[in-house]
Design a binder for this molecule. Structure first.
Ligand SMILES: [Zn+2]
Length: 188
């Protein structure tokens, strides 16, 4: 992530809910960014010093070369959207292009549940992963493993992918409801 990239919160941060979007206005040392958060209308909510580990890249800022000239009429082209690099359009003749690829993970508006399966080992890896994604302490995580099958997390596709990857990495058995159409990798 870098300056002018659009990011979103992967967890609640200083009272702002998960999924709040913002633009990186200043990069400190790669672990921390000053982020201008905005609401659905695009109005600024707050500017906060934000650790990188609660942010996910939404839109990568691609610097435009100084001027883009229309191939058809020679007029200077304009970005379709000044905040996100979705393409260019000609104000004179309307010629232009738009990027068509949008990460399906970000487009997915479904809410998913991560259900820990019965019969998981009470191993440190499993308990640590459950505590992490359920946001609880180890004692409670141990109970959840014992009570399984139990929902340990629910949320949007990107945060469910994160949660599932933590369980994968701990070699825990789980299920996602409804069926999760995105790739889940085992970290490390
Ligand atoms: Zn043109």
């Amino acid at each position: 992530m870098k300056e002018l990239d659009v990011v979103r919160l992967t967890e609640e941060f200083k009272g702002l809910p998960v999924g709040t979007e913002g633009t990186i206005v200043l990069e400190y040392d790669g672990t921390c960014f000053e982020v201008e958060f905005f609401d659905d209308e695009g109005d600024t909510i707050d500017v906060l010093m934000t650790p990188a580990n609660v942010l996910r890249l939404c839109w990568e800022y691609v610097p435009m070369s100084d001027k883009v000239i229309c191939e058809k009429c020679g007029a200077e082209m304009e970005p379709i959207d000044k905040n996100t690099p979705v393409g260019m359009t000609c104000p004179e003749c309307g010629w232009g292009w738009a990027t068509t690829y949008i990460d399906p993970l970000l487009e997915d508006s479904e809410t998913y549940e991560v259900v820990l399966a019965a019969g998981n080992k009470q191993s440190e890896d499993v308990i640590a992963a459950v505590a992490d994604i359920a946001g609880c302490n180890f004692l409670r995580a141990r109970q959840l493993v014992a009570e399984a099958p139990v929902t340990v997390f629910s949320g949007d596709a990107p945060s469910v992918k994160d949660a599932a990857e933590k369980l994968e990495s701990a070699a825990a058995d789980y299920e996602i409801k409804p069926d999760f159409p995105h790739e889940i990798r085992r970290l490390k």
